[in-house]
Design a binder for this molecule. Sequence first.
Ligand code: SF4
Length: 348
Amino acid sequence: MNLLGFTRQNFAVVFEQMNVPKWRAGQVWDWIYRKSATSFDEMSNVPAEMRAELQGNHSIAYPAVDRVLTSSDGTEKFLLQLSDGESVEMVLIPERDRCTVCVSSQIGCGVKCSFCHTGTQPFVRNLEAHEIVGQVMVARQRLSDPGALNSKRLITNIVMMGMGEPLHNYENVSSAIKIMMDSDGLAFSRRRITLSTSGVVPFIVRCGTELCVNLAVSLHAPNDEIRNKIMPINNMYNVRELINACRQYPNTNEARRITFEYVMLRDVNDSEQQAIELAALIRDIPAKVNLIPWNPWPGAPFKTSSNSQIDRFAQALARTGVTVITRTPRGQDILAACGQLKSSSLSK
Ligand code: SF4
């Protein structure tokens, strides 16, 4: 059993079953998350007998780094090998005042948005909680990040925006996020964690209630007609249901807004009229809109909107009072930008 995926509550149960005092579980937890120990031998304040028992039945295994590609803008894409031989991608995005880890939740993705490279890869399986937390641990190891031990932590933000639909793997994602947020674990504030969904309506409010992390919604269209064409999930949960779920997302206010992601596809969803329609759709939700110039990938049937069209779209939104940000693509040259991730794993 890989201890990395146990929430603190379940971690305590493992130690209870070993008949050791609860505070010993706290010591091991501390070694794993605060001191980044990857072997029980390092745990100098844990009795040798207990370390041997742990060694016999448990591990603290991070995904293995198979390859790292570095973009000209400093973005790094990691191909990670999992214990069953499957692989998944994780991206590290350094910026001037912060560093974001973009974490995957599944191998492949069953949602199949037509503009997304990941969607062309067959869905293989959900990631286990330890494989999700393990991606953050690999990023920390890469940067020699001291984590929450002192104020010099290097990774500042975690976004669940890599491969897969996190709300299709809710239980594992939820456990992983609880470990990320645990004040004695990775100690990330819920305000520093963003979960992005394509619109799995039944889980949206639950996610907000139980995890209360920032919500990003891949909306990408202002109406069902366009969204049905580019995001098949819209045939299951339509725009009206999705926007209703967003209205009910707990703790949303002007200081804590929902992000609507909107990929700019030339002649598909990028007219000024569509911007006005989008503004009307979200007008009663504390929200901001991120415009994402579409990032190309081999064989894709789309073109990205021109810069001038993106500007016109942004201005049309801004005129209605919507906060709008046009994102600068990161890691495009190594296929690490939004919607470009794809590992070589195949469905069996
Ligand atoms: S955009 Fe997200 S949900 Fe859609 S296919 Fe890509 S990874 Fe899956």
